[in-house]
Design a binder for this molecule. Structure first.
Ligand code: FEO
Length: 397
């Protein structure tokens, strides 16, 4: 099966993208029902080439064959590793074996990672340094913590292309190449989900990095990320969204996170949703056991209010809810957001206490208390909980 596609994005720069439709979970955490692309780029100069990033180890053979067919008898002078996560560096050792004269370039941190991961040596490059392929110049921009500590971007000066590593990427395996080939609003959901899942943790560092990118921006005509589409017409829009997401800016939006083993808690959720829809601009409802985790996190990211409605499972918090709250805690996505919560039960347990502890770890502010109702909540239960939900609505006004 052919997994790798190539397409010129300018006369001398070729996108070599791996369409991975077989991986079900990115990083074995994030469901990716529509797959993902791993983008590498080959820059041609007079007599030699620079390769920027590569692909996962399992696609090595096809990837190396593709590179050989393009490079032919010319020299592959540089292999740039923008960061070392193995979705982009997995073939690096085999590449070095096939192209022994090529120099691998990376940041100092990436260099130490590559040594420990693959026992290979690299030439360390530094922020601001300019590398000549033959005549073309590539400038190094170190931007640590998008989303690993070892990250750099490269700026191809003549063609004004910024190779942005994981920044500004998206989930989804696509054969299309440019941002003007898709319905952008739909595509933005995949960018946002990718940001929430993969990039969001180090938001303060990203804001600093964006300042650096903004200084360059007037000179950039193309942004070429390591996942998703190549950006030409929507660069500023994506960057504006990155700024907003990094600041955890919220809309007048409430997201309900719920679980329901037999559909009973779901009926209670429907009542809350009906109440909110008349009072709030946007209400999202996420079943934590069924929806993609990236999508759940991205809904939380721009909501000011969250409502948690969870069953008790064998005396404990429903495990899928527990897992979602753990991920929100790792990504620090609770800061500044307000929560109403209820646990349903038949014979009791510690779910309310567990919710309260996890909300605190996530940085959420709890309104009133975590309610505990029978798993067949009564009209009185509903009215009691709606009093707290009403406070949440009023805060958003
Ligand atoms: Fe796409 Fe951080 O790897």
């Amino acid at each position: 099966m052919q997994n790798i596609k190539t397409r010129k994005i300018t006369e001398d720069v070729t996108l070599i993208t791996t369409l991975d439709k077989s991986t079900k979970k990115f990083e074995e955490i994030w469901e990716i029902s529509s797959g993902i692309n791993y983008n590498a780029y080959l820059v041609k100069d007079k007599n030699s080439y620079m390769l920027i990033d590569s692909t996962k180890n399992k696609f090595s053979e096809e990837f190396i064959e593709t590179i050989r067919n393009i490079v032919k008898d010319n020299e592959l002078k540089y292999i740039a590793v923008l960061h070392t996560e193995p979705d982009h560096s997995g073939t690096i050792r085999k590449l070095k074996e096939k192209f022994p004269k090529s120099k691998i370039i990376s940041t100092r941190t990436a260099s130490s990672f590559l040594k420990s991961m693959f026992s290979i040596e690299t030439e360390v490059v530094k922020d601001g340094e300019e590398i000549k392929i033959d005549e073309k110049e590539v400038k190094v921009i170190e931007l640590p913590w998008i989303h690993w500590p070892d990250t750099m971007m490269l700026f191809l000066k003549d063609e004004r292309i910024l190779f942005s590593s994981d920044a500004f990427g998206a989930f989804g395996a696509r054969e299309l190449v440019f941002d003007d080939e898709v319905k952008f609003e739909e595509y933005l959901k995949d960018v946002k989900s990718y940001f929430a899942s993969v990039v969001s943790k180090y938001r303060q560092m990203i804001l600093k990095d964006l300042e650096k990118i903004n200084q360059l921006l007037d000179n950039v005509s193309v942004v070429a990320p390591a996942h998703g589409l190549v950006l030409k017409s929507r660069i500023k829009e994506i960057i504006r969204n990155y700024e907003s997401w990094s600041k955890l800016e919220s809309k007048k939006k409430i997201t309900i996170l719920y679980g329901s083993m037999y559909g009973i808690t779901e009926e209670f959720v429907s009542e809350i949703k009906r109440y909110l829809e008349e009072k709030v601009n946007e209400v999202k409802v996420c079943n934590v056991a069924r929806e993609e985790l990236g999508s759940i996190l991205s809904e939380v990211m721009d909501s000011y209010g969250i409502i948690i409605i969870s069953p008790t499972y064998e005396g404990n918090l429903f495990p899928p809810m527990s897992y979602v709250l753990d991920l929100l805690s790792i990504k620090k996505l609770g800061n500044g957001k307000i929560v109403c919560a209820v646990a349903t039960k038949l014979w009791g347990g510690v779910a309310p206490k567990q919710i309260q502890e996890k909300l605190s770890e996530c940085g959420f502010s709890l309104l009133d208390k975590v309610y505990e109702f029978s798993n067949y909540p009564t009209k009185e239960n509903l009215n009691l909980f709606l009093e707290t939900v009403k406070k949440l609505v009023d805060i958003g006004k």
